[in-house]
Write a protein that binds this ligand. Sequence first.
Ligand code: SAM
Length: 290
Amino acid sequence: MDDSGCKAEKGVLYIVATPIGHLGDMTYRAVGILKTVDVIAAEDTRNTARLLSHYDIHTRLISCHEYNESERARQIVEQLASGQSAALVSDAGTPGLSDPGYRIACAAIGEGLRVAPVPGACAAVAALSAAALPLDRFLFAGFPPKKGGPLRAMLEDLAERKETLVFYESPHRIVSLLESIRNHMGDRYVVLARELTKLYEEFVRGSAGEVEAAMRKKEKIRGEITLLVSGKPDEKPEIPDPEVLEAEILSLLPDNPSTARLAAMLAKRYNCSKNDMYQAILAVKSRMET
Ligand code: SAM
């Protein structure tokens, strides 16, 4: 394999994605960069040491977690400025997404240094890719607040969004999150993605209530969960006044000679019974004949 671009350049901070379960999801470039940087800053050095050993990487490891990120950022930026290179990895997936990374990237950019992504696994994107939900726009909501008030406020705010929503949640809070979604956003269609890329990978699809019931049936909910919630559905327009409806039927009749098909189309448009629309069309047709 051509390894151009797989060797670390001096003075660059690499943000390196690592697997979210399947070790085979490490990229060639990630291995090359981690082998050749001067230092790897990791969220949990013991966890990353196992990954590095699997790929025969012997680069120096230092910790960089939620509680020392600012301090580490200063040290790493000094090293980068002196011509060294560094990589940042989190426990799994893409650093910065509900993981440390933001502060260190800001510090490097603030000093005019180059920050380069080494893309790879990300639970949110993996879940979206196989969810069969609209992906033209989505909103990453991360971990929702644990307390009732802020959670409710967040869900009520998100209830208005039309794009697919992405949440990270722990297995012991997922049932209560689904319940809150049902209460504050309506019984939306959701896709629960559990243990992505791992042996017991599972997708559970259905309304929030159905998926909640499926989770309640489990003796113990295990593993890591990404929850996707469909965006606010388009509101169906209200059935127009009889005269307006008659005018609409008159305009549609020339292209829709089948009463049954036209009734089905209008019933879908206005979310009402096919039979009501069928009768309305017949009435318009009989008035046309007289
Ligand atoms: N930065 C990571 C990423 O890019 O996916 C996410 C880190 S966040 C601390 C961890 C959360 O991601 C988990 O609690 C879970 O919600 C989600 N997650 C991570 N791995 C997952 C997997 N294999 N399957 C489903 N969700 C996962």
